[in-house]
Design a protein around this ligand. Structure first.
Ligand code: MV4
Length: 502
């Protein structure tokens, strides 16, 4: 029985996991680096252990330190969250060897899916379609030419140890194959210590659609439908939604079955995600499997009505799934916006610093998964994600309106954030119509990144007007006190469109 869980993570996901633990009467243990002494996950947990200096290689990535904290706290299980050690097969192995339940799949499963070539071969073996390309590690440069001839250009050269866009190369011309191959190989060697390479046909304007799965330790596997994750920037997801505007019931059922088959092929247990790329004609191909809880899991939780962390814990405990595939439904529509401490006017550079003020959106249909508070300083050592804003509504249109309302109400000062950028996306016709693919942000970057001329002007005019009004009040105050208290017309004046024509 799991009575105490150590959460080997920080930030919003550490809190997210601990919230479910509290609902299950499970004690929580936090670990923290020097930079996280004042972090919310440390305050929320029942106990907390310092595990090293700020850099993650000296703290959150130190297997020995985390195991030591688990021993000292007498934890029964370890939840890795996402990122850090969550997809590290050696960590999963070590946890189990030291007698702690790893809340995630086996190290074998993690290793199989972590090696993209092995994953590809395994999927082909169980009839899940992969992108046309090589089935084995690329043996030599001639083989590359042969495969390119067979599947046609453009091609993608990928590192077997890569994933998530790391170590990928797009090749359009035949005379670029050799150079790209050599570059990809040496890059893979230095980045992952493994230079195994494979080739896939390049899918030109794909959607990124992933399926959430749950599998228990008794061989039962279900899927919880899809998430559309095509709104991304440099392989960093920005907005996710479910259901996907691209899908229809037939393709959903087919891909759901493929996702379940993928999980069964690697003896999966726990929560996982099967990633597909889908082309304009709804051809879908397995891309990779993420063997962890994902950042965007809340949209699935909201639409399907399942607490994925609770399910993870119950599965780790050896319980059978009580959810039945034919009883699961997608109810309404959910959208998630990721709020980052980044400067959108400066190439999305991280903008760490102190939160001076935060007003979080509230009200019907809103979930806010964050961890910062007023006075908290966002460290520069980790991912600059501040929070995730999740909205739910009966329809997609209503969900978009609700997201706009929530983003409008969301105020953060002290650090630069992506809130305004997300607000603009909500107004892009292609987004509103649900007609977008992975090129969406690139295709609309002029519109999305233009300096806020109109809004800025309005704001400036409002400030100037307020000041003039204030001066006028002071002047008249000596002769007529009542005008001081009644006149605050600047707010209205400053917001009138006509004022910008002055
Ligand atoms: C591709 C592809 C097109 N064709 N593979 C990017 C992340 C990694 N998971 C694989 N990725 C891609 N693989 C083939 N054969 C296009 C991408 C891709 C992409 C995929 C999902 C979400 C966003 C993306 C952005 C650019 C490229």
């Amino acid at each position: 029985m799991i009575n105490k869980i150590l959460v080997a993570n920080r930030g919003e996901i550490a809190l997210r996991v601990m919230r479910s633990c509290r609902e299950m009467n499970i004690k929580t243990v936090a670990v923290y680096s020097e930079a996280d002494r004042k972090s919310m996950h440390v305050r929320y947990a029942d106990e907390a252990y310092h595990i090293g200096p700020a850099p993650s290689v000296e703290s959150y990535l130190r297997i020995d330190k985390i195991i030591e904290a688990a021993k000292r706290s007498n934890a029964d299980a370890i939840h890795p969250g996402y990122g850090f050690l969550s997809e590290n097969a050696a960590f999963a192995d070590r946890c189990e060897k030291e007698g702690f339940i790893f809340i995630g799949p086996s190290s074998f499963t993690i290793a199989t899916m972590g090696d993209k070539l092995t994953a590809r071969k395994t999927m082909t073996g169980v009839g899940v379609s992969v992108v046309p390309g090589t089935s084995e590690e690329l043996s030599d440069e001639n083989a590359a030419h042969e495969i390119a001839k067979k599947i046609g250009l453009p091609i993608m050269i990928k590192a077997s140890a890569g994933g998530g866009g790391k170590g990928m190369r797009l090749v359009y011309k035949e005379d670029e194959i050799i150079d790209s191959l050599r570059a990809a190989k040496s890059e893979a060697k230095s980045a992952f210590g493994n230079d195994a390479i494979y080739i896939e046909k390049y899918i030109e304007s794909p959607h990124h659609i992933e399926f959430q799965i749950l599998a228990d330790k008794h061989g039962n596997v279900i899927h919880l439908f899809e998430r559309e994750c095509s709104v991304q920037r440099r392989h960093q997801k920005v907005i996710e939604e479910t259901p996907s505007p691209l899908m229809n019931p037939e393709i959903r059922e087919e891909m759901g079955k493929a996702a379940v088959a993928a999980a069964k092929a690697v003896n999966y247990h726990g929560a996982g995600t099967v990633e597909f790329i889908v082309d304009e004609d709804l051809n879908y191909y397995f891309l990779e499997m993420n063997t962890r809880l994902q950042v965007e899991h809340p949209i699935t939780e909201r639409v399907v009505g399942v607490d994925l962390v609770k399910e993870q814990i119950n599965i780790a405990n050896g319980q059978k799934l009580t959810l039945k595939q034919n009883e699961l439904r997608q109810n309404g529509h959910a959208i998630e916006c990721r709020i980052y401490a980044e400067d959108t006017d400066n190439n999305f550079m991280p903008s760490p610093g102190k939160i001076n003020h935060i007003t979080e959106p509230l009200g019907l249909g809103i979930r806010h998964d964050g961890y910062v508070y007023e006075g908290y300083e966002i460290p520069l050592f980790y991912d600059p994600l501040i929070s995730k804003l999740i909205v739910w509504a009966k329809t997609r249109d209503e969900a978009i309106q609700r997201m706009k309302r929530a983003l409008y109400a969301y105020k953060i000062t002290g650090v630069k954030t992506t809130i305004k950028f997300l607000e603009k996306i909500m107004d892009v016709p292609a987004f509103k119509e649900g007609k977008y693919n992975t090129h969406f942000i690139e295709d609309h970057k002029k519109l999305l990144l233009e300096t806020e001329s109109y809004n800025k002007q309005c704001e400036d005019v409002a400030i100037i007007t307020a000041f003039i009004d204030y001066l006028a009040k002071i002047k008249s105050a000596s002769s007529n006190i009542s005008s001081v208290t009644t006149s605050n017309n600047w707010k209205v004046v400053g917001r009138r469109k006509s004022i910008t024509r002055l």
